[in-house]
Design a protein around this ligand. Structure first.
Ligand code: AMP
Length: 324
């Protein structure tokens, strides 16, 4: 059993938040869809270290799943998530307060609570208010999942309005999402959090290098053995980029690595299918052409391993501009 207070309604969470406001304490916030793993915990630990209080939300957001995607099968493990969260403690980062910090509240609303007017899976049928980040949502992940960022931006805006975080933490694993949300805070003049208080935390990986993901639980043992292919490909391409060979050669080498692995996987009856591998500018998300890499590039991709779609990315160049 977890001892963390869990709020299922907006009204009950707001009561808690109102009391906290009077105390003047800072509130760090981590938004999740549950099925928690060490990638999520890394974000939570950043928040615990830097804030007086920490709130975690657990909400599987229907608006970010296309009708053909895995909303129904997405892992939902609330009791386990809560007990894992209740075990997380860190010492705060300043020296004069040494008592360890734990999570102060979990916000786990129902779909009806987050979408009081209902939510149609088919975007064409939806009515009401949605947040669209125009010009930046149809590159990279947005090419394969055209309505994904609209769903994310809408849900996260609602969460920001409820939680009113001082600081918030998103993962590099979903780099375009994190950068778009920072842009959203800038464009909509959001005060909680301020854009500069949206922090991006490096991707947590398994010892093999595989990026941790709730969707890894879909993979069987044989698929798991090939799931690291995407990261290996990104690293291979990244080496070419760092050697000054440019975007085309980097993408070519990474793609070749995937092709080689595809052959090996086939022998194990594992189906690997590349969705995309691309190198993009971190501000415009446009494809970086030729050698003009600038100081920083996102090298990202998506790979189907059987029926599971995995994404990953690496940052090439001056990481400090993005991660903080
Ligand atoms: P999700 O539950 O998949 O919506 O993810 C919630 C947050 O955790 C997002 O900000 C993700 O980018 C972040 N996250 C997911 N996997 C990882 C990982 N392996 N390392 C760091 N952050 C992650």
């Amino acid at each position: 059993m977890s001892s963390i207070p869990v709020f299922n309604t907006v009204a009950s969470f707001r009561e808690w938040r109102e009391n906290v406001r009077r105390s003047g304490k800072s509130v760090g916030f981590v938004a999740t869809m549950g099925a928690l793993h060490h990638g999520h915990f890394s974000l939570v630990e950043h928040s615990l270290r830097a804030n007086d209080l920490t709130v975690v939300s657990i909400f599987v957001n229907p608006a970010q799943f296309a009708p053909h995607e895995d909303l129904d099968s997405y892992p939902r493990t609330l009791p386990t998530d809560l007990s894992k969260l209740s075990e997380l403690t860190v010492a705060p980062s300043f020296a004069n307060n040494t008592s360890p910090r734990t999570i102060d509240a979990v916000f786990a609303p129902s779909v009806a609570e987050m979408y009081p007017n209902g939510i149609e899976r088919d975007v064409a049928m939806q009515k009401g208010t949605f947040i669209e980040i125009k010009g930046y949502s149809h590159q990279m992940e947005g090419r394969s999942r055209p309505d994904f960022f609209r769903g994310v931006a809408t849900a996260v805006t609602k969460l920001f309005n409820v939680i009113e975080p001082t600081d918030t933490y998103f993962g590099q694993k979903d780099i375009q999402q994190a950068l778009l949300l920072r842009r959203l805070c800038e464009d909509l003049l959001v005060s909680h959090p301020k854009p500069q208080n949206l922090h991006i935390v490096p991707t947590a990986r398994a010892p093999s290098g595989l990026a941790l993901s709730s969707r890894n639980s879909y993979l069987n043992d044989k698929e798991l053995a090939f799931a690291v292919t995407l990261y290996e490909a990104l690293r291979e391409g990244g080496k070419a980029w760092s050697a000054g060979l440019g975007r085309d050669e980097a993408v070519k080498r990474a793609t070749e690595l995937v092709k080689n692995r595809q052959e090996q996987a086939k022998a194990s009856h594992v189906d690997l299918r590349l969705d995309y591998l691309e190198m993009n500018d971190p501000e415009t998300f446009e494809v970086i052409d030729g050698h003009s890499g600038g100081n920083l590039a996102i090298f990202s991709g998506a790979l189907w391993v059987g029926r599971t779609r995995l994404i990953d990315n690496i940052l090439l160049g001056d990481h400090a501009k993005v991660l903080c």
